[in-house]
Write a protein that binds this ligand. Structure first.
Ligand SMILES: Cc1cc2nc3c(=O)[nH]c(=O)nc-3n(C[C@H](O)[C@H](O)[C@H](O)COP(=O)(O)O)c2cc1C
Length: 403
């Protein structure tokens, strides 16, 4: 029989570890987040439903993104033990530049809608973490303003070719003059994908003030106060819009863009050129032959063609086909450091992240993105050590099998 007695105060004292109470609510919330999923849960609570769904959602039946996440969940790591992993190096080289971590923040449109601090917050946090940030043509911060806000950052530019070629040329010239390190040409939006959550939510850009949105204000007061008391939301590179993203893409983007247009882009952009939205090995070969320095295997986070190939599964064959002359990046569905390590082991140069940093931004602005970088850096370092390697370039395809 167990004999019971209360612990004496002297025995209790060493057990009592009262952490000082964090008065700043944002810091307190973020300190309790340990995964991208935790940041997403905070983002969901703090952002109007239609804005959260615009980020979280995909196209049609959302099969592409579910499949991509399933492959990441079901892959298998193969560790090797008894290696000295007391030090670990998470840095790598992308497009000839050293980065502290092996991922890139992907271009996303209208980022000030997710949080009023928008693109500048993400770029500053990326600069601190030593990872590239890609400003979108659909951004809400100007090309020069972003470069000035993160002057020491690895700033890349995400470019869509517009029907208005003269404006497209002007944008490219400004990007080059502002010192951006790379151009990411997105080629998977000949028309906008069918984002059904947006249609069902009556979502428009910018959000309309209606009875529904005013009622939502009561549920998400901080977001609405920020929205109504900071610089009005507008696209930085063209006149504002008042309809859905799908309609905007159909209005602005040039569906006649073809391979030959890479040469046109090259006239105005001499730096590294990465083509984003490649979904077959054959297309990777075509753009590599046309002079691209990199490809991003991507289905746009499942936001364009539904039931598209899972980009991660294309990595090994694409690296085999073009890896000698072109860097292979990948995105769609990545939500942890271990996911990123798996892609690198299969031969990718780096991973692009979209929603992960948008959830972080919605959860806590610039501090939220800092927390994401901290979480990912920890996960990447830990996964490398557990696999038995102490640097990114020691990863090999033997470390991972796809399901
Ligand atoms: C809200 C949102 C806006 C996006 N806007 C752009 C864009 O302007 N240009 C672009 O090339 N890709 C855009 N994307 C796609 C991302 O760059 C990236 O390919 C995708 O988010 C990767 O998948 P993930 O969100 O699962 O990481 C956007 C994605 C999201 C979620």
């Amino acid at each position: 029989m167990t004999s019971r007695r209360l612990l004496t105060p002297a025995e209790l004292k060493p057990l009592l570890r009262l952490a000082p109470f964090e008065l700043d609510g944002t810091r307190r919330r973020l300190a309790g987040a340990y995964t991208v999923g935790d940041l997403r849960a905070i983002a969901r609570r703090r952002t109007p439903r239609s804005v959260f769904d615009y980020v979280d959602g995909s196209a049609e039946s959302e099969v592409s993104i579910r499949r991509a996440r399933r492959v990441l969940r079901d892959l298998t790591f193969h560790p090797s033990v008894l290696h000295d992993v007391s030090t670990v190096d998470t840095s790598t080289t992308m497009l000839g530049t050293r980065t502290d971590l092996p991922y890139v923040f992907s271009p996303t449109g209208f980022t000030r809608m997710m949080h009023h601090s928008g693109e500048v917050a993400v770029a500053r946090s990326a600069q601190r973490a030593g990872v590239p940030y890609t400003l979108s043509t659909m951004g809400t911060t100007g090309i020069e303003d972003l470069a000035a806000a993160a002057p020491d950052g690895h700033n890349w530019f995400g470019f869509y070719v517009w029907k208005d070629r003269a404006s497209s040329e002007e944008i490219l010239s400004r990007v080059a003059a502002s010192g951006y390190e790379a151009l990411v040409l997105t080629v998977d939006v000949p028309v906008g994908g069918a984002r059904l959550r947006d249609n069902r939510n009556g979502f428009s850009i910018p959000p309309r003030l209606s009875l529904k949105t005013i009622a939502d204000g009561a549920m998400h007061p901080n977001w609405w106060i920020d929205f109504l008391t900071t610089e009005p939301l507008r696209f930085a590179s063209f006149d504002s819009w008042n309809d859905t993203i799908e309609a905007l893409a159909n209005h602005m983007f040039d569906p006649s863009v073809q391979l030959e247009d890479l040469a046109w882009v090259r006239q105005f952009w001499k730096g590294p050129l990465v083509v984003k939205g490649i979904q077959t090995v054959d297309d990777a070969r075509r753009v590599a032959d046309a002079g691209a320095d990199g490809v991003v295997l991507s289905n746009h986070g499942g936001r364009q063609l539904d039931r598209a190939p899972v980009p991660l599964t294309l990595v090994p064959a694409t690296v085999a086909a073009v890896g000698d002359r072109c860097e292979v990046f990948v995105d769609t569905g990545f939500s942890s450091g271990a996911d990123i390590v798996a892609a690198l082991a299969l031969g990718a140069t780096g991973v692009l992240l979209g929603r992960a940093y948008l959830y972080a931004l919605m959860a806590g602005g610039e501090l939220g993105v800092d927390r994401l970088n901290e979480i990912l850096a920890g996960q990447i370092a830990r996964t490398l050590r557990l696999l038995g390697v102490h640097a990114v370039d020691e990863l090999t395809p033997e470390h991972v099998t796809l399901p």
